[in-house]
Design a protein around this ligand. Structure first.
Ligand SMILES: Nc1nc2c(ncn2[C@@H]2O[C@H](COP(=O)(O)OP(=O)(O)O)[C@@H](O)[C@H]2O)c(=O)[nH]1
Ligand SMILES: [Mg+2]
Length: 472
């Protein structure tokens, strides 16, 4: 027992000593530890914010910069965490969408709709840019490459509200084949106010700026020197003689407007060139170059696609009046003119050949010229627009043939085109395929009997396409 007690005593002593050492050690190291802990203690979240605000408000002292280091890391970590959270959210969303897609179609449709709407927004923005670009009057559009070298040109259409849906097909084709690449403006004229529907639809499809002009009364009415009874009698006679549009008053106003007034409208003042487009025309081939610019760069003035004989009964005295005008104003007759194309006897008689004016790419400056203005006024005074039924096509053509050197006239044989029953379709297969033409070469009118195409080639000294004999 004693030995046991003795042993227990020494054991207790040993334990007490050990405990004492431990307590002392704990006290010493504990005081050191608590001291450093005060300094390095992690701030509470409210402290954290305070530090952050201090840092954001001021970055002047080094101390604050030092504080900022962990804070920056903290923020970065928080951002990363948020991103991960967002990613997760997106993934969750995608997973959810997939899940729902499997359940039904409506979500897929919604997604498509979303994509469509996004694209639409982009297109809308681009269009706005185009229009803004074009709106500066300098002819700049969105396609900087091509538009930088654009010329001052516009499409021109005279039309009635009722023709909107026939016209819109023409516009769609012109845009698809040409203008979507160039974004030229489009000027519309009407003798009545355009409907909102007309304006909305045409504006939605034309890639350039659209403008709408009400034809002023003095450009669409009888001048005071016209004998209205004589005009009416003439219409009645023409109707009896079954002359096309023979009894129409509006057709006569239209022809007079197209001859003498459209180019005076202030909406066209800013342009040098126009391309006339009518309802119910077709453009058959891709046009991969700027036709307006071609005219300007090559010093051309009047461009056409189809040439044809006029109905003689609509213009019985037109040539005599033209000859009288030239006799009084010989200075307007151009050297090296194209008389040969419109007269087979050196100017004695008119052979009725003319360029079909439903398609024209021409210089406005030509109509504004003294020669043409005087010619139109001379003709207008004779009353022939109303006592006969003069078309703007023979008047434009005669003026171009007489007042211009013939090399200013350009035949657009590459423009696949249709108006009514007559069409131009490039005869060369390779050309048609390359330009994605959708016309039938059998429909090409150029070398048919009633066309002036063959004469044009011969009098202009052009080589006819090798295929022409097959398509006479
Ligand atoms: N606003 C208006 N446009 C007309 C009128 N008559 C013809 N036009 C337009 O003038 C152009 C020539 O007329 P159109 O009927 O096509 O004659 P056609 O080509 O000789 O048969 C077309 O662009 C028509 O839309 C009219 O009375 N009012
Ligand atoms: Mg027409």
């Amino acid at each position: 027992m004693k030995s046991l007690f003795n042993h227990r005593q020494s054991y207790l002593k040993y334990v007490a000593l050990l405990l004492t050492v431990l307590v002392i050690y704990t006290l010493i190291s504990g005081s050191d530890h608590s001291g450093s802990n005060m300094e390095n203690q992690e701030p509470s979240s409210s402290n954290k914010q305070q530090i952050s605000i201090i840092h954001l408000d001021s970055s002047s002292s080094d101390k604050e910069k030092e504080i900022n280091v962990p804070q920056g890391i903290q923020q970065e970590a928080e951002t990363k965490a948020n991103k991960e959270e967002n990613l997760l959210t997106n993934e969750d969303q995608i997973a959810k969408l997939k899940e729902q897609q499997e359940k039904g179609n409506f979500i897929i449709q919604d997604q498509k709709q979303l994509v469509l709407n996004e694209n639409k927004d982009q297109v809308a923005q681009e269009n706005t840019r185009n229009r803004e670009g074009n709106g500066n009057g300098e002819g700049d559009g969105s396609r900087e490459g091509s538009n930088k070298s654009k010329v001052k040109a516009t499409f021109v259409t005279l039309a009635r509200n009722e023709e909107l849906y026939k016209l819109i097909e023409s516009i769609r084709e012109v845009e698809d084949r040409f203008n979507r690449k160039y974004n030229y403006d489009w000027v519309f004229f009407n003798d009545k106010e355009f409907s909102q529907e007309f304006k909305d639809l045409t504006t939605s499809i034309v890639s350039g700026k659209t403008k709408y002009g009400l034809v002023p009364k003095e450009h669409w009415s009888y001048p005071d020197w016209i004998d209205l009874q004589k005009a009416e009698d003439s219409r009645k006679t023409m109707k009896l003689n079954k002359i096309i549009y023979g009894d129409s008053e509006s057709y006569r106003h239209m022809c007079r407007f197209e001859s003498g007034f459209f180019w005076r409208n202030e909406l066209l003042d800013e342009y040098d060139w126009y391309w006339r487009v009518e309802p119910e025309i077709k453009i058959y081939c891709d046009l991969d170059y700027d036709l307006f610019k071609y005219m300007e760069d090559n010093d051309k003035v009047y461009g056409f696609t189809i040439s044809i004989y006029e109905f003689e009964k609509t213009i019985p005295t037109l040539w005599q009046h033209t000859k009288d005008f030239i006799k009084k104003n010989p200075q307007y007759l151009a050297e090296n003119n194209f008389m040969d194309f419109i007269s087979d006897d050196g100017g004695e008689t008119y052979n009725l050949c003319h360029f079909w004016s439903n398609f024209e790419i021409a210089s406005l400056k030509f109509w504004r010229s003294e020669a043409y203005t005087k010619y139109f006024e001379y003709l207008d005074k004779t009353g022939g627009f109303f006592y006969e039924r003069w078309g703007d096509a023979p008047i434009h053509s005669i003026a171009a043939a007489l007042f211009l050197p013939k090399d200013k006239i350009h035949y657009f044989e590459d423009v696949g085109y249709r108006h009514g029953v007559y069409a131009q379709c490039p005869l060369n297969n390779e050309f048609r395929y390359k330009h994605k033409c959708h016309c039938n070469p059998n429909d090409d009118f150029t070398f048919r009997g009633y066309s002036c195409g063959k004469k044009y080639f011969e009098k202009m000294g052009l080589v006819k396409p090798v295929e022409w004999e097959k398509y006479q």
